[in-house]
Design a protein around this ligand. Structure first.
Ligand SMILES: Cc1cc2nc3c(=O)[nH]c(=O)nc-3n(C[C@H](O)[C@H](O)[C@H](O)COP(=O)(O)O)c2cc1C
Length: 357
């Protein structure tokens, strides 16, 4: 397991180890603002080679869940500054995941009650959890060419805000059925213009967002996450094997810091992406044989075979603030409690004990 503890360069970032904290929505950003508790939570995990924050909306209409943080107002920037300062004071590195949820949204989340937007007017078939119970996602409004241009600019503006807030970079959320994934997948993208149709059209939005963000803050501080074949949030892809290597090849000339692959049991797909991607690859490993949540051992083999340059875990980090120490010691590990994943207070957030605590 020594390899997990070797340093690695990822774009502009020097990671002292290859253990990345994967993004996790925690829905404790009341009013869209990170709090002192948020700062404490991430600072506790500053031993990670890299922290990727919870999904953060780049615009009002990009919000998909209750009490998620944003990066589109001065108050949000100031609130995040306390988090990045706390992580940096502990010697860590932290990038923010920019997540536009597209059709995985709801008018109750927006002050003007607007419809969520998406590549095509196709509902997700899923529901939103709110204080008033579960609400059906509505049929979204199909984005116009102007909407697309403005949304790309929203991502770039949020990335500039991220740097102002002290983040070391941004990760674009292209996974799990949110806006960028909705453009990639043929089940949710039925457009007949340049942003739809064949693979070359469906990857265009992702590549243009990445290009605009790279122009805004530097490609060496820009990463992107994908989840090939993940049938979540109503997503269907008929051509995963062609789609993701094509995306990797189209992104390659931008010189991004990293590509983050969330595996959904399909190791072959990861191998094909690795072959098409010349840059750093962060893998959230899920080979089919692997029990959930990702076992600490799952990453070591992927590193050794050169499939990945760093390994991301989510639930292990959620429950084990001192994960590197625990892996080095061969465990034991605290178990994550799903009842406290979303919303609430410090319980299940900042009170998971470290070894010896
Ligand atoms: C509570 C929770 C919230 C999550 N939120 C996000 C998110 O905001 N963005 C994202 O890309 N993935 C999100 N994920 C997915 C994780 O990053 C990760 O891919 C998944 O949990 C599998 O990894 P694991 O087995 O190490 O937990 C979330 C997972 C959990 C458990």
């Amino acid at each position: 397991m020594r390899e997990l503890f070797e340093p690695v360069t990822v774009g502009a970032l020097e990671l002292p180890n290859r253990l990345v904290m994967a993004p996790m929505t925690r829905s404790r950003a009341y009013g869209g603002l990170a709090t002192e508790l948020t700062a404490e939570y991430y600072a506790q995990r500053a031993g990670a080679g890299l922290i990727v924050t919870e999904g953060t909306q780049p615009s009002v209409i990009g919000q998909g869940y209750v009490n998620t943080p944003g990066l589109h107002s001065p108050e949000q920037v100031a609130a995040w500054r306390k988090v990045t300062d706390a992580v940096h004071e502990k010697g860590g590195r932290i990038v923010v995941q920019l997540m536009h949820s597209g059709r995985i949204g709801h008018p109750v989340l927006y002050p003007d009650g607007a419809l969520p937007v998406a590549p095509s007017a196709l509902a997700s078939g899923q529901k939103l959890f709110t204080a008033d119970g579960m609400l059906d996602h509505p049929t979204p409004r199909e984005m116009t060419a102007e909407d697309i241009a403005r949304t790309i600019e929203d991502f770039a503006a949020a990335a500039r805000n991220a740097r102002e807030a002290g983040f070391d970079g941004v990760e674009l959320h292209g996974a799990n059925g949110y806006l960028i994934h909705q453009f990639l997948a043929d089940g949710s993208n039925r457009r007949t213009d340049a942003y739809g149709g064949a693979v070359a059209g469906r990857i265009r939005f992702a590549v243009e967002v990445a290009g605009a963000v790279a122009d805004a803050i530097g490609p060496e501080r820009t990463g992107i996450r994908v989840s090939p074949g993940a049938a979540v949030n109503g997503i269907t892809e008929s051509d995963t094997a062609e789609l993701y290597p094509a995306l990797a090849r189209a992104l390659a000339p931008l010189g991004l810091a990293y590509l983050h692959v969330m595996e959904t049991g399909d190791r072959e797909s990861t191998r094909a992406i690795r072959a098409a991607w010349p840059g750093a690859l962060i893998l959230n490993p899920h080979p089919e044989a692997n029990p959930l949540p990702s076992a600490p051992e799952a990453g070591a083999g992927a590193l050794r075979e050169g499939l990945a340059d760093a390994i991301a875990y989510a639930r292990l980090w959620l429950a084990n603030p001192d994960l590197p120490e625990r892996i080095a010691a061969g465990g034991p590990y605290n178990e994550a409690d799903p009842a406290t994943f979303y919303g609430g207070d410090h319980r299940g957030y900042t009170d998971y004990p470290s070894l010896g605590a």
